[in-house]
Write a protein that binds this ligand. Structure first.
Ligand code: GBH
Length: 460
């Protein structure tokens, strides 16, 4: 019998550049699509922007002390492409490279392994002006950027993630427009879903060209999608298409070089000229691990008269109905974003992925967490719900691992309260509270619990 996690299990926390760094116009940083989008009226709650965020750019040493206190072995952060290449071309900004060198060196000095995400949504605006992820030239740009990062940091960084959540990049960015660049065009989203898949493969090869020993993965967001109306053929079809669109598209791309047939049939003529002869060989690439971001399960049932579309406007053909149709017993316990809490889903998901794609060497939970409206009272943040959320998800994961699913690490999302994209600063995901006026950091109850779990190497 195993108790706890394997000795070598990697505990960590995760963040992303635009969500925490601030310093948006410091040291020659170029603009990203999130600078443009967040400053477009009506796109982000309260008109919030990442201009200052947690000011991690200046306070990173303090944040590393917090990581050290927590006891994590690893820290997942992303690189801001426009800090290194402000115009999205080959013109370098050395001050941007200096920042990530300082960060990486300080992490290593603290004995914390850096896990670097190359792209967590802050595309240089100059590249979006050329069509962004819906223009095939992005694959080359991403390849060059990846190679430059590997060359600059690969002597100290071993673990890399090419893209964070290509589903969100493609569908939230180009189809329903709730994320930057805010486009609402089905055809652009289909293109982006292919070019992100090509970019993963090109980026991975570029990293390994400079650093052959590098370990490179892709991070996808996944939900188990439940059919709540088993007799309804439309619901069954909808679930199948959603699963292909969200859970299978990018994994099948790198494991087989092909895409789910149901989805290709649905895209029909729209995909002509997008997937080119020879792409199969480009897509298929040995990927060292799959990163999974898991927040909750999805539920779909037959529509009722009172239903509003899950996503209004836009051209989202397969909306993520993560909560609109949740069973009653789950609907009574939603997070501040209205997401259900389904801890057993994490264990079920990793079991499914391992069973369906046994060729993937191992999995890492690169994000898991919950957003709540935390408040600080007498210097303390008692985030009881988040604490329970983390414990229950880790218990579910621990069970799957003890049954033999190769999951090698877990990264709590997020280290700090931060800029929660279209939700602005109103929704807090941190295990550390951030006062956005004073920038003071206060570890929450969940931080202390997570610290205990890490020290015990067990969630029980
Ligand atoms: C992650 O995405 C991100 O990687 C991270 O930056 C972010 O802060 C964190 O989650 C918390 O949100 O179909 O429009 O109703 C999470 C993946 C996918 C979750 C889309 C919400 C439903 C949005 N998200 N999903 S919608």
């Amino acid at each position: 019998m195993t108790s706890g996690f394997p000795e070598s299990f990697t505990w960590g926390t995760a963040t992303s550049s635009y969500q925490i760094e601030g310093a948006f116009d410091t040291d020659g940083r170029g603009l990203s699509i999130w600078d443009t989008f967040s400053k477009t009226p009506g796109k982000v709650v309260n008109g919030d922007t990442g201009d200052n965020a947690c000011d991690h750019y200046n306070l990173f040493e303090q944040d590393i002390k917090i990581l050290k206190e927590l006891g994590v072995k690893a820290y997942r952060f992303s690189i801001s492409w426009p800090r290194l290449f402000p115009n999205g071309d080959s013109t370098r900004e050395e001050k941007g490279f200096d920042f990530y060198n300082r960060l990486i060196n300080a992490l290593i000095a603290a004995d914390i392994e850096p896990m670097v995400t190359l792209y967590h949504w802050d595309l240089p605006q100059a590249l979006e002006d050329k069509g962004g992820w819906a223009n095939r030239e992005i694959v080359k740009s991403f390849e060059e950027y990846s190679q430059a990062c590997s060359k600059a940091f690969g002597d100290r960084v071993n673990n890399w993630i090419t893209l964070n959540e290509p589903w969100c990049i493609s569908w939230l960015g180009y189809s329903n427009g709730v994320h930057a660049p805010g486009k609402k065009d089905f055809n652009l989203a289909i293109k982006a879903s292919h070019y992100t898949a090509l970019a993963h493969s090109a980026g991975l090869k570029a990293i390994k060209k400079e650093s052959p020993q590098a370990i490179v993965g892709l991070t996808v967001n996944m939900n188990n999608i439940h059919n709540e109306s088993p007799g309804d053929k439309e619901v069954a079809d909808f679930v199948e298409l959603n699963d292909a669109n969200l859970n299978r598209w990018w994994i099948e791309a790198f494991t087989t070089g092909t895409y789910p047939k149901t989805l290709l049939a649905t895209y029909g003529e729209r995909i002509n000229g997008v997937i080119l002869p020879g792409d199969e060989a480009l897509l298929k690439v040995e990927t060292d691990f799959l990163g999974i971001n898991y927040y909750c399960d999805g539920f779909v049932r037959s529509p009722r008269a009172e239903d509003k579309p899950a996503i209004e406007g836009g051209f989202m053909p397969f909306p993520q109905r993560v909560d609109s149709s949740a069973p009653a017993h789950l609907a009574s316990d939603l997070t501040a974003l209205g997401w259900v809490v389904t801890p057993e889903g994490l264990g079920n998901l990793v079991k499914r992925v391992h069973k369906e794609w046994p060729q993937i060497p191992y999995l890492v939970i690169t994000e898991n967490g919950a957003g709540y409206d935390d408040v600080k009272v007498n210097g303390k943040v008692e985030d009881v719900k988040r604490t329970k959320y983390i414990v229950s998800h880790l218990q579910s994961l621990q069970k799957a691992v003890s049954e033999g699913v190769p999951v090698k690490g877990y990264f709590a999302w997020s280290l700090l309260d931060n800029f929660e994209w279209a939700e602005g600063y109103a929704k807090r995901f941190g295990i550390v509270y951030v006062d956005f006026d004073t920038l003071e950091r206060t570890p929450k109850m969940s931080f202390h619990k997570y610290k205990e779990i890490i020290a015990a190497n067990s969630a029980i």
